[in-house]
Design a binder for this molecule. Structure first.
Ligand code: UDP
Length: 466
């Protein structure tokens, strides 16, 4: 029996919403290169797979990864209500059965290999049961920050705190803005108001799926974190280590450190980098992006646009086309020298450009990672999910940015935060802290850093289970 016959078959289940499937595939690509004899089957919706495995991106995907489509479960001609969680709920209800059917097909097709382990997005809490029924180890991958994992693990406890505070405060809800989670290791800076809605009670399938995280996530062979151990506080790291068999911080999946120049296959079609090259002063340009899902209400977009125009500051704005039409009349024409608006920017490279002075962000974890990796201070306008906790970390724990005044864009609030970051002593301090954090992570990502070691452990676990 040669070694390739002995090597196993790893099943990978993706969460096909937001920017989840992409970093998961990146991890699987790294594993597939490190364990070239092992086969990987990647289960995801047809739409998400089509974009991940499309050319020219697919050229970088190792041959031992094969995509398998699972249904998105949307009824034909279904019209969405506008609630982004709706499609998630519709998918999640039948997801365990849909994934199981996909697994049966792949196992039959690749029957010469023994199914050896299951890797899933950390949101797919039913992964534990599937792994158990197949008698294989489970490796959930947690993509948001470790701090939010902790909030999910302590869901029941946080709900209990909320219930007690609600009784103590009668109908007044102000306590949500003041009560900190001091009793939870690593979460002492977090307000109840920062906690993801998914941790609080709700009717949604998504929320109730996630509320089980605290119970089931504790079973896996190892939990894989899209992060560096150095990014979490010692109490948080210690608490997670005491709860899981293994916590493996394999580093940021969406970008490799040190940052790579833009690959030739992914040319700067919108000319963002060339435009930035033309900006004279270093650290002078504002970069603005709300990621792939978040959409500020029209009045906030207008306020932000007015503040940009009044500040006279050069800006690069990644704004989806459906939102561009909401900008004030004549704004695009009036600011065509001052700024550049594109539907998509090569963000990681943009943030690495010396001309960038600050990043106005929705606090999506990939965006924040890209900003941290480049030492760029942030102005935070969180929207949902993990954004608020991440914003709190940026402002209060890491000291590398500022929350927008009142939590929403107003003309004066935006102007104040520009001033603070670019002209004040405090802004200088933030820039210094951002660069320090960047250097700590560069070290962690280096050849003898913690992330490399944890990745190696993961590869060993995957290979030894085959
Ligand atoms: N992104 C990009 N160009 C854009 C807008 C976004 O490359 O113009 C990328 C960004 O670099 C990040 C991802 O899209 O890697 C967004 O992920 P994040 O977790 O920040 O937010 P989400 O879209 O999941 O809310």
């Amino acid at each position: 029996v040669n070694s390739s016959q002995k090597a196993g078959h790893v099943l990978v289940l993706a969460f096909p919403f937001g920017n989840h499937a992409n970093p998961l595939l990146t991890l699987v690509c790294k594993l597939a290169s490190a364990a070239p004899d092992v086969l990987f089957s990647f289960f995801n919706t047809e739409k998400s797979n089509a974009s991940l495995f499309s050319k020219p991106k697919s050229e970088a995907i190792p041959d031992n990864i094969k995509p398998y489509n699972v249904p998105d479960a949307l009824p034909k001609d279904y019209v969405m209500s506008g609630n982004p969680l709706e499609a998630v709920d519709i998918f999640l209800k039948p997801a365990p059965e849909m994934f199981k059917a996909g697994i049966d097909k792949a196992v039959a097709e690749r029957s010469e290999r023994r199914v050896s382990s299951l890797i899933t997005d950390g949101f797919l809490v039913f992964g534990g049961e599937i792994a158990e029924s197949l008698g294989i180890p489970w490796f959930p991958v947690w993509l948001p920050l470790a701090y939010t994992l902790s909030a999910h693990i302590y869901t029941d406890f946080i709900r209990q705190i909320c219930a007690e505070e609600a009784i103590a405060n009668g109908g007044n809800e102000d306590w949500r803005q003041h009560k900190r989670l001091e009793v939870i290791p690593g979460l002492s800076a977090m307000l109840i108001a920062d906690v993801p809605d998914e941790v609080l009670p709700s009717e949604s399938v998504f929320v109730n799926t996630l509320s089980k995280l605290g119970h089931v996530l504790l079973q896996p062979a190892a939990i894989v974190m899209n992060s560096y151990e150095e990014l979490s506080s010692t109490p948080l790291n210690n608490d997670l280590k005491s709860k899981f068999r293994k916590v493996l911080n394999v580093g940021f999946l969406s970008l490799s450190l040190p940052l790579q120049p833009l690959p030739a296959s992914n040319s700067d079609a919108s000319g963002c980098l060339t435009w930035l090259d033309e900006q004279e002063a270093s650290s002078s340009v504002a970069y603005i992006s709300f990621g792939t899902v978040a959409a500020p209400p029209p009045h906030e977009l207008i306020a932000l646009a007015e503040a940009l125009e009044e500040s006279g500051m050069p800006f690069l704005w990644s704004l989806r086309d459906n939102m561009k039409q909401l900008l004030p009349d004549g704004f695009v024409e009036r600011t065509n020298k001052q700024g550049k608006i594109v539907a998509w920017a090569p963000q990681a490279q943009v943030l690495g450009h010396a001309s960038i002075g600050l990043f106005v962000t929705h606090c999506g974890c990939n965006s924040v990672y890209e900003s941290i990796a480049n030492g760029v201070p942030m102005i935070c306008r969180p929207f949902f999910g993990d954004h608020r906790m991440t914003g709190r970390l940026i402002e209060e724990v890491w000291g590398i940015g500022v929350s927008i005044e009142g939590g929403v864009f107003t003309r004066s609030g935006v102007l104040k935060s520009f001033e603070l970051i670019l002209s004040n002593e405090e802004g200088k301090k933030m820039r210094g802290s951002a660069r320090m954090l960047r250097d700590v992570l560069a070290e962690a990502a280096g050849p003898s850093g913690s992330a490399v070691e944890d990745f190696r452990t993961l590869v060993d676990l995957i290979i030894s289970s085959t």
